[in-house]
Design a protein around this ligand. Structure first.
Ligand SMILES: Nc1nc2c(ncn2[C@@H]2O[C@H](COP(=O)(O)OP(=O)(O)O)[C@@H](O)[C@H]2O)c(=O)[nH]1
Ligand SMILES: [Mg+2]
Length: 321
C-alpha cells in the first residue's frame, strides 16, 4: 500500500522544514510513504525548501489559485503517483505528523473512506471560549445539514481512501473541508474521526480573515451543500411558512364567508392568502426541479468517476510498457 501525504502550501518556507521533519517514515500496513508538496504560486522559496527538506514531489501552480484548487491538484497528483491512501496536512505545522499513523489506520483496515483529525476544540485549552462556542455552533450546523456525525468539520488533517479521492470535486473556491463531508454523506462513504491535539500556532491563520468573512463563506458553502444534496427538503422548508400562512388566512376567510356569504370583509386576507399559496407552491416546485437537476448531477458524477478510473488505468498501463 502506498501512502501519499499532501501538503498544500502558500508561502510556507519558514514552517515547511519542521512539517517535513515531522513526517512519519514507516507506518504499519503501509509499504511506501511519499510526500507531495503543492505550491500554490508562493512568492517565497516554498518549492525549493520542499525539495531540500525531503519532499518526494513538488507541483506548482503558476499563480495563487486558492486552497480548494490546490487540494484538488494534490489529489490528482497523488492518484497519479499511485496513492492507495492520501493524507492532507497543513504547511504551517498546525497538525501533529506523528498522528498520521492513527489517521490512516481505519482506512488500512477498510473501515472508513474518510478520516478526520478532530482537533477537540471543546476541550483544547489553546482555544478561547468565544471561538469554542463558534466551533460548537458551526459543527452543529454542519452535522444537521449533512445528516452525519462530525465533531470537527473544518479540520484540514485528513486521510482519504483512493476510491474517495477519485470522486472528489468541488464547487466552491475557498475550501474543501465542508464540501467533502457533504459528498461523503451523500455517497454513504463511512467517515471516522480521530482525536488529536494541534501544535502551538506558528503563525496566524491566513484562511481565517476575521469572523464575519469566515461565517459568510461557511454559511454559503453549507447552504449550497444542503440545497445541492437535498433540494426538495431545502426548498420545502422555505415554502412551508408561505403555505401555512396561505392556508391559515384562506381558512379564516372561508370561516367568515360560510357564516355570511354577503360579507365583503377580509378580502385583503384572501389576496394575501392567494399570494402566499402561489409563492409557496412555486418555491416547492423549484425544489422538485432541483431534485431533477440532482439526478443529472449524480449521473455526471458517476460518468466522471468512470472516466477518471479509465484515465488512471491507462496512465498506469503506459507507465508499465
Ligand atoms: N493554496 C492555498 N493555500 C493556502 C492559502 N492560504 C493558506 N493556505 C494553506 O492552507 C493551509 C491552512 O492555512 P492556514 O492559514 O493555516 O489556515 P487555518 O486552516 O485557518 O489554520 C496551509 O497549508 C496554507 O499554506 C491560499 O491562499 N492558497
Ligand atoms: Mg493553520
Amino acid at each position: 500500500m502506498r501512502l501519499v501525504i499532501q501538503i498544500p502550501c502558500y508561502n510556507e518556507e519558514e514552517t515547511l522544514p519542521e512539517v517535513l521533519a515531522d513526517m512519519p517514515t514507516e507506518i504499519e500496513g503501509i509499504d511506501d510513504i511519499q510526500i507531495l508538496v503543492v505550491d500554490d504560486g508562493s512568492a517565497d522559496r516554498t518549492a525549493e525548501v520542499a525539495m531540500q527538506h525531503g519532499a518526494t514531489r513538488v507541483v506548482q501552480h503558476r499563480g495563487n489559485r486558492g486552497l480548494a484548487q490546490t487540494f484538488l491538484t494534490g489529489l490528482d497528483t497523488a492518484l497519479e503517483m499511485g496513492a492507495d491512501i492520501i493524507v492532507n496536512t497543513d504547511g504551517d505545522h498546525q497538525y501533529p505528523g506523528d498522528r498520521i499513523d492513527d489517521l490512516v489506520k481505519p482506512i488500512v483496515e477498510g473501515d472508513a473512506d474518510l478520516v478526520i483529525g478532530d482537533r477537540q476544540t471543546q476541550s483544547d485549552p489553546k482555544v478561547k471560549p468565544g471561538k469554542r462556542l463558534f466551533y460548537r455552533v458551526g459543527n452543529f450546523v454542519v452535522r444537521s445539514a449533512a445528516g452525519i456525525e462530525v465533531n470537527d468539520a473544518p479540520s484540514g488533517f485528513r486521510a482519504m481512501s483512493r476510491a474517495f479521492a477519485m470522486g472528489v470535486y468541488l464547487t466552491n473556491p475557498f475550501s474543501y473541508t465542508i464540501e467533502t463531508i457533504f459528498a461523503a454523506a451523500e455517497n454513504r462513504q463511512p467517515i471516522q474521526e480521530v482525536g488529536i491535539r494541534t501544535n502551538e500556532a506558528t503563525r496566524k491563520s491566513r484562511l481565517f480573515k476575521g469572523i464575519p468573512q469566515y461565517i459568510a463563506r461557511s454559511a454559503s458553502i453549507i447552504l449550497s451543500g444542503y440545497s445541492m444534496h437535498n433540494p426538495v427538503k431545502a426548498f420545502g422548508w422555505v415554502s412551508l411558512p408561505f403555505i401555512l400562512v396561505g392556508v391559515g388566512l384562506g381558512l379564516r376567510f372561508l370561516y367568515y364567508y360560510v357564516q355570511d356569504p354577503d360579507y365583503s370583509g377580509y378580502i385583503q386576507s384572501l389576496i394575501l392568502a392567494a399570494i402566499c399559496l402561489v409563492v409557496g407552491t412555486l418555491v416547492f416546485v423549484f425544489g422538485i426541479l432541483g431534485g431533477l437537476v440532482r439526478t443529472n448531477r449524480l449521473l455526471l458524477q458517476d460518468i466522471r468517476l468512470r472516466i477518471r478510473r479509465l484515465e488512471l488505468e491507462s496512465r498506469e498501463r503506459s507507465k508499465n510498457t
